[in-house]
Ligand binder design. Structure first.
Ligand code: NAI
Length: 329
């Protein structure tokens, strides 16, 4: 099966290394790059790499967005502005909400069956916006819409390995659930596989580091943006998981921020949290999310406290997105 993939925001700090990784994937036969600037150059550069994917680059002129997205199978969206020191992800809302809404409107028209992976922050709000736009156009399929929270999982693997001494952090599977900002991020170390033992005096700092790890990068970049390279890795890892599922590979499970009440196994989660969108481990298959797993049934006391704080913040982020989709400024 030939797969057409698109990166929207392809010229940016995340977009360029993400496009590079996508270009190297044998699972992709066509890769369209879309951005408001510089895609001809990025596409020309990547086109010299001798991997199978055929590269094209589009700008907004001459219906570029429509041409880029047309009949795409998978679309990854890192379009938008990143954080500067002192900003929260929610501060990005006003600009990025409009960008995501505009892109999803085009996608709904020309690629209604695409698997859509949203990286643009605040993910807690941009994914609900996307869902509302798709619903309004009667093409919403919860199995195909994903908020990319993989960087939180990647950070959890890395930071836990630093404590436990695990030499290959990728051997760890650590569910990170909830949302994708600050206290809405809930790492579940008690459900790590293989199991890990975190000393009591290190737990609070570890949780905080997973929740606010992005701030370390924002501060170190000192005004030049937020995580781009680690995000490109995480975005590609998640895109590859979706593609592997589509190709029939079994047993692919990874967390993503999805519309839980519309997915098998998700109703309980929506009921228990009061949140329609929640990051949970999703089982990926030939039609996208086949089932969501419910990690809430065996939380320890510390994780229950984290979940409470998560839900309080997340509800507001979700309703802000839904409200924006219906009443844009
Ligand atoms: P960047 O500013 O380097 O790149 C963004 C790109 O989007 C630029 O090339 C810009 O021209 C493009 N763009 C703007 N409006 C567009 C439109 N309407 N259509 C297509 N492209 C458009 O920013 P960076 O560092 O790549 O971050 C991108 C987004 O990803 C930010 O919102 C950031 O907060 C988010 N992010 C998400 C993470 C996650 O874990 N989900 C982690 C890190 C960043």
């Amino acid at each position: 099966m030939g797969i057409k993939a698109v990166v929207a925001g392809a010229s940016g700090g995340i977009g360029q290394p993400l496009s590079l990784l996508m270009k190297t994937s044998p699972l992709i036969s066509e890769l369209a790059l879309y951005d408001v600037v510089n895609t001809p150059g990025v596409a020309a550069d990547l086109s010299h790499i001798s991997s199978p994917a055929k590269i094209t680059g589009y700008l907004p002129k001459d219906d570029g967005a429509k041409l880029a997205f047309k009949d795409a199978d998978i679309i990854v969206i890192p379009a938008g502005i990143p954080r500067k020191p002192g900003m929260t992800r929610d501060d990005l809302f006003n600009i990025n909400a409009g960008i995501v809404k505009g892109l999803i409107e085009v996608i709904a028209d020309v690629a209604p069956k695409a698997y859509i992976l949203i990286i643009s922050n605040p993910v807690n709000s941009t994914v609900p916006i996307a869902a509302e736009v798709l619903k309004a156009k009667n093409v919403f399929d919860p199995k195909r819409l994903f908020g990319v929270t993989t960087l939180d999982v990647v950070r959890a693997e890395t930071f836990v390995a630093e404590i436990t001494g695990e030499k290959n952090p990728q051997k760890l599977t650590i569910p990170v659930i909830g949302g994708h900002s600050g206290e809405t991020i809930v790492p579940l170390f008690s459900q790590a596989k293989p199991s890990v033992s975190i000393p009591d005096n290190k737990l609070a700092a570890l949780v905080k580091r997973v929740q606010f790890g992005g701030d370390e990068v924002v501060a170190a970049k000192d005004g030049a943006g937020s995580a781009t390279l680690s995000m490109a890795y995480a975005g590609f890892r998640f895109a590859e998981a979706v593609l592997k599922g589509l190709s029939g590979e079994k047993g692919i499970v990874t967390p993503s921020f999805v519309y839980v009440p519309g997915l098998p196994g998700g109703e309980e989660i929506a009921k228990e949290t009061g949140c329609d969108f929640f990051s949970v481990p999703v089982e990926l298959g030939t039609t996208g999310v086949e089932k969501v797993q419910n990690p809430l049934t065996n939380l320890n006391d510390n994780e229950k406290t984290l979940l409470k704080a998560c839900v309080e913040g997340l509800k507001g982020n979700i309703s802000k997105g839904v409200t924006f989709a219906h009443n844009p400024p």
